[in-house]
Design a binder for this molecule. Structure first.
Ligand code: C5P
Length: 234
C-alpha cells in the first residue's frame, strides 16, 4: 500500500502557494488544498498545481443531502484530483451518493475518504451538544465502519486512532492522519499529536503535515525529514 506525506498548503492566495511549491524545484510532493485556499482561489489553483505534476488531496469535507453531494462530486471529479472527502456524519446514504457522483463513466475515480469525528471535538462536547451517548472511540469506530460499508476507501482521523480504525475496518482501509509534529516541534493548536515515526508504527497510511513544513526555515529539509521518519528511510 502506498504510504506518503501530504503537505497541507494552508495559504490564503495563489501567489504564496505557488512560491512555496517553487522551493521544491524538481520534487513534486503530494499536497492538500483545503477550504481556505479553494474558496479564495477557486478551481484554477487545483488545475495549476495538477499541471505542475503534484498529486492533490482536495479537502472540502462535503456534508449535505445525498443528491447535492452526488452532483457536487460529479463536478469535482472533472478536476482530476487524487483524493477528496466527505463527513461520515452525513450517513451511509450520503457517502454512497458521493461515491456514485465521483465515479467517472470509465469507472475511474479519486480516492474518497470520510472525516469521522473532528479531532477538535471532545467526547464531552459530542455527548453534551450532539447528544451522542457513546464514547468517542466507539463513535469513531462506528463511523469508520459506516464509511467502509458505503464503499469508500478510508477515513481522516487522529494518528492515535489509526490502530482502532484498522481493527474495525481491516488493514487495507486507509487512514489519513493530521496532527503530526516532530519531537522537537511546538504543538501549536493541535492537541492529540504524534511524530511521523510513531504515526507509521500505529498504522497511518498518509500523514498530513502543515506548519512543521510550511512554517519551517527550510521547508524542503523539513519535508525530507518527514518523509525519512515516516517511511523509515535510513
Ligand atoms: O499545521 P498542521 O500540521 O496542524 O495542519 C494540519 C492540517 O490538517 C490542517 O490543514 C488542518 O485543517 C487539517 N486537519 C486537522 N485535524 C483534523 C482534520 C483536518 O488538523 N481533524
Amino acid at each position: 500500500m502506498a504510504k506518503d506525506v501530504i503537505i497541507a498548503c494552508d495559504f490564503d492566495n495563489v501567489q504564496t502557494t505557488l512560491q512555496f511549491l517553487d522551493n521544491f524545484k524538481g520534487r513534486k510532493p503530494f499536497v492538500k488544498i483545503g477550504m481556505e485556499l479553494y474558496y479564495a482561489s477557486g478551481p484554477d489553483i487545483v488545475r495549476e498545481i495538477k499541471r505542475r505534476g503534484h498529486k492533490i488531496f482536495l479537502d472540502l469535507k462535503l456534508h449535505d443531502i445525498p443528491n447535492t453531494v452526488r452532483k457536487t462530486m460529479k463536478v469535482l471529479s472533472n478536476l482530476d484530483v487524487d483524493m477528496t472527502n466527505v463527513h461520515a456524519a452525513g450517513t451511509i446514504e450520503m457517502m454512497s451518493a458521493a461515491l456514485e457522483g465521483l465515479t467517472r463513466e470509465d469507472g475511474t475515480r479519486p480516492l474518497l475518504i470520510a472525516v469521522t469525528q473532528l479531532t477538535s471535538t471532545s467526547e464531552q462536547r459530542m455527548q453534551d451538544e450532539l447528544l451522542i451517548n457513546a464514547s468517542i472511540q466507539d463513535t469513531i469506530a462506528k463511523y469508520a465502519q459506516n464509511t467502509r460499508q458505503a464503499g469508500l476507501d478510508g477515513v481522516v482521523c487522529s494518528p492515535l486512532e489509526a490502530a482502532l480504525v484498522k481493527q474495525a475496518c481491516g488493514q487495507s482501509f486507509l487512514t489519513v492522519t493530521p496532527g503530526i509534529r516532530f519531537s522537537d516541534n511546538t504543538k501549536d493548536d493541535q492537541v492529540r499529536i504524534t511524530t511521523p515515526g510513531k504515526a507509521r508504527e500505529i498504522g497511518s497510511d498518509y500523514i498530513v503535515v502543515g506548519r512543521p513544513i510550511t512554517a519551517a526555515d527550510n521547508p524542503v529539509a523539513a519535508y525530507e525529514r518527514c518523509l525519512k521518519e515516516f517511511l523509515e528511510i535510513n
